[in-house]
Each structure stands twice: as structure tokens, then as C-alpha cells.
Design a protein around this ligand. Structure first.
Ligand SMILES: [Fe+2]
Length: 198
């Protein structure tokens, strides 16, 4: 099964600035995503995107929502249409005339799988937080106190344990960190701190 998108442009520039409301996003998620774990994953990634956009990029509220929206919707089609993953949500957002920046971020959240390179900071951070967020969540579930007292070095130790959260691609996490230009330690520290509050 190939998920390659075989496209390099997404959405229409004329729709720049167009977003969905929070209610519209929630409605779409409720209809498309029946798996609560997947919904939680997207919410966690969205929280990291929002927090990064606000704190590190110091973006205005409208732009912060774009980052959050990309996080909330990036895997929306994975539950019911895994063979159309990414393609289906992209087409849906194009049909709804959503800002091309948001669609491009979703299209490039797995360059290896979809064949689309992350270009903007939003693209790169979505790619960076996606697998990392899932990994840290899995780690929290096996710790007696969850996120409490979790340290960067503990997460990195688990990285080396290939049997742990085996489905999470360490290569993707390292590649994403490289492309973002932010050290893995900083990304992990940021994700631990913010994910425990989400
Ligand atoms: Fe994801």
C-alpha cells in the first residue's frame, strides 16, 4: 500500500487565512474518528503545536489556531480510511477552502510516507511532534506516576529500547528533529512539560 501523494501543491492560495471554527473541527473529528486513542493523539499533538506557536514563535491568535488546527486534523482519516491516509483529509480541507498552509503541513507530516517535504516552520514542527508525542505518551502509561518526574534522559533511554513502542519510528523522530533545527533534547523537554498539562 502506497500513501505517496504524488503532488507538491495543496489548496488554493486565494484561501489564505481561511480556517474552520473549533466547532467545525470537532464535528469533523466526531464523524471521522471513532477511536478515542487516535483522537487523544491528535489533541496532544495539537496542544504541542499551539504551545510552540505561542511561546516559541510568538504568533498571533489567528496563526496559533492554524498550527493547532493542523495538529487536530493531521490523522483524521487514519481511523476509517487508512489506505487513503492523508489524501482524504487533504481533499476534504481543499473542498472546504481551507488555508493552503494548513493543508501543506498535514500533507508533509510524514515525508517518507507521503512524499511531501516539510517546508515551513509549521510543517516541520508537526512532523517533529507527531511521533514524539505518541512515544512520550506511551512512556507515561508505563510509568507508575505518569508524567510526574519524567525526564529527558528517561525518554532517550527508552528510545534505545527497540522493543518499547516498537511501532514508533526512531528514524522519523531523529529526521524530524534534524529538519526542525531544534535539538532532540529541547523537543523532548518541551513535549514532556506541555503534554502533562494537556
Ligand atoms: Fe499523528
Amino acid at each position: 500500500m502506497s500513501l505517496q501523494l504524488n503532488r507538491s501543491t495543496f489548496g488554493d492560495p486565494v484561501n489564505s487565512g481561511n480556517v474552520l471554527s473549533r466547532n467545525e473541527v470537532e464535528k469533523l473529528l466526531n464523524e471521522w474518528v471513532l477511536n478515542d486513542r487516535l483522537k487523544l493523539h491528535m489533541k496532544q499533538v495539537a496542544h504541542l503545536m499551539k504551545s510552540w506557536a505561542k511561546e516559541k514563535e510568538e504568533l498571533n491568535d489567528d496563526d496559533v489556531w492554524k498550527w493547532e488546527m493542523a495538529g487536530l486534523l493531521h490523522d483524521a482519516d487514519w481511523d476509517q480510511w487508512p489506505d487513503q491516509h492523508c489524501k482524504k483529509i487533504i481533499e476534504e480541507l481543499e473542498m472546504k477552502n481551507v488555508d493552503p498552509e494548513i493543508i501543506h503541513a498535514i500533507a508533509s507530516h510524514g515525508p517518507e510516507h507521503f512524499g511531501v517535504e516539510p517546508e515551513t516552520k509549521m510543517d516541520k514542527m508537526l512532523y517533529a511532534f507527531d511521533e514524539l508525542s505518541g512515544f512520550i505518551h506511551a512512556y507515561s502509561l508505563m510509568r507508575p506516576n505518569g508524567y510526574e518526574g519524567m525526564e529527558v534522559k528517561g525518554v532517550k533511554k527508552r528510545f534505545k529500547d527497540k522493543a518499547f513502542a516498537a511501532s514508533v519510528s526512531r528514524d522519523d523522530i531523529n529526521d524530524a528533529a534534524d529538519r526542525s533545527g531544534i535539538s532532540l533534547d529541547e523537543l523532548i523537554g518541551f513535549a514532556i512539560f506541555h503534554q502533562q498539562q494537556s
